[in-house]
Design a binder for this molecule. Structure first.
Ligand code: NAP
Length: 187
């Protein structure tokens, strides 16, 4: 999840200090890392989150939080952003509207790759489908950030191995938020 956020923002989004980034779906696992990494870089972070996750998204460092259950993000973001990272399971029409929030030369990076990322060539906005790749060096950088207290890993719950089927069932129903650690039995 951390690698996905890292590669989206920096390999593809080329996000730098002072830029504006919209993280759509910041209430989830990838989004939570993305908000922290973007803020650490010195970007202005706009995040969408439902009331359930808005506090954690603010704590992660978002400068602005848009409640996607009450407002369309396209109506809430009034100044162009440099990068949009979409990690939310929105519908294709909502995804198609996101390039309209981006300045010329900016990018939309999308992780929900069952819908191709739209571009707006007329206005110089590029859509990128992200497929995370393993990268030991980047992972080591993320671990170093965690060790320095600059990246927080939200552990929502610890679950005994015997309860793994129940955990999977809850996850499939959308009832698991954040990282769950599965604990093996002690010998
Ligand atoms: N392509 C790749 O290589 C790759 C890699 C990793 C993940 N992914 C994909 O990336 C997506 C995000 O992963 P994740 O683990 O972060 O998922 P997740 O934990 O389920 O997070 C998604 C979050 O989106 C928020 N959301 C739901 N509906 C929304 C809406 N209409 N507008 C804005 N936000 C909304 C929800 O938070 P609130 O309702 O609390 O706001 C939810 O927690 C998943 O679809 C996953 O499959 C792709």
């Amino acid at each position: 999840m951390g690698l996905t956020a890292y590669q989206a923002l920096f390999d593809h989004g080329k996000l730098t200090a002072g830029q504006r980034v919209l993280i759509n779906g910041a209430g989830g696992a990838v989004g939570g890392y993305a908000v922290q990494l973007a803020k650490n870089t010195g970007a202005h972070v706009i995040a969408t989150a439902s009331p359930r996750s808005s506090k954690q998204v603010r704590t992660a460092g978002a400068d602005e939080v848009v409640d996607h259950t009450a407002t369309e993000v396209t109506a809430a973001v009034t100044e162009p952003v440099d990068v949009v990272l979409n990690v939310a399971p929105i519908d294709p029409a909502q995804l198609a509207a996101l390039p309209g929030l981006i300045r010329s030369g900016g990018v939309l990076v999308n992780t929900t790759v069952w819908m191709p990322a739209p571009s707006d060539e007329e206005h110089g906005v590029r859509g990128i489908d992200l497929f995370v790749r393993s990268d030991a060096e980047q992972l080591a950088q993320l671990v170093a950030l965690v060790d320095r207290g600059e990246l927080h890993v939200a552990v929502a719950e610890r679950v005994p191995l015997a309860e793994l089927p129940t955990l999977h069932a809850r996850a499939a129903a959308g009832a698991v938020h954040g990282k769950a650690i599965v604990v093996p039995p002690t010998a």
